[in-house]
Write a protein of this length. Structure first.
Length: 257
């Protein structure tokens, strides 16, 4: 089962808050409705952070973690691409972020939006299967992009605050216990590889795999390699997690965000 975070994809914000804790509460509620777990959670980028926070907050609900280029805060995040820094600074300023996204939305089609995002997230966007690109374009065209931008801003600002003052979040994540595989693209512009290396060093029991010449979304840019890593982890280091999840009422991996 795939979970769209609050205000993202097909999940409306409603009365829920599209900040990091709001996303985690949504995930917690979904797991509870499925029987409480434990499940194997798989998350990319901010979804990886949300999955890790869920495992820290409610450890009995999570049997294992598959973290793909997760936005996990570290004491020294490393060098971030100037274009990414500029985007976060623009979005962080109240009023300025709203105006910037409104103007960009008016100038771009759904297809332009998807291809811009893939251009940022991939080393080579042409590696993403055509049917996957088409599905993203079709979904983007269906959505209320103004509401989506509003949720993105709330999420980005919440994440920026967490990254700027990482101490409390790092302490929450320090005691993570479920078997975990950390997968990271070596050429990720959004979450530097150095951040993943530090996180792996802090958790030597985690499996850590680096995708050469891959960006922020290995599951899109190198799906066969990513699936092979996950399958091998499930057969070896993650076998105990797979066994726990298979015996639970909600016995499947849940991709997040």
């Amino acid at each position: 089962m795939a979970v769209d975070l609050v205000g993202h994809g097909l999940t409306p914000a409603g009365t829920r808050s599209p900040d990091i804790e709001g996303h985690r509460r949504l995930l917690s509620g979904i797991l509870a409705s499925l029987g409480g777990g434990p499940v194997i959670l798989m998350g990319n980028s901010m979804g990886g952070l949300v999955a890790a926070l869920q495992a820290a907050a409610e450890p009995d609900s999570v049997a294992g973690l598959i973290l793909i280029d997760p936005a996990l805060p570290t004491a020294r995040p490393g060098l971030i691409h100037p274009r990414v820094v500029a985007n976060f600074v623009l979005c962080a300023v109240p009023g300025l972020g709203e105006g910037y996204l409104t103007q960009r939305r008016r100038r771009t089609t759904a297809e332009h939006t998807v291809r811009r995002v893939l251009g940022t997230c991939c080393v080579d966007p042409s590696r993403v299967p055509v049917d996957v690109v088409d599905a993203h374009i079709e979904l983007t065209a269906r959505l209320d992009r103004a509401r989506g931008d509003e949720a993105y801003l709330r999420s980005a600002r919440s994440l920026s605050l967490m990254m700027a003052a990482p101490g409390s979040t790092m302490r929450r994540l320090a005691g993570l216990t479920p078997p975990t595989v950390l997968i990271h693209g070596a050429r990720d512009m959004l979450v530097p590889l150095s951040s993943a290396r530090r996180m792996a060093a802090d958790h030597p029991d985690w499996r850590f795999d680096i995708g050469t010449d891959i960006g922020h979304v290995p599951m899109l840019e190198a799906p066969a390699w990513t699936a092979a890593v996950i399958d091998d982890w499930l057969d070896h280091e993650g076998a105990a997690a797979a066994g726990r999840a298979s015996r639970a009422p909600a016995a499947e991996a849940d991709p997040v965000g």
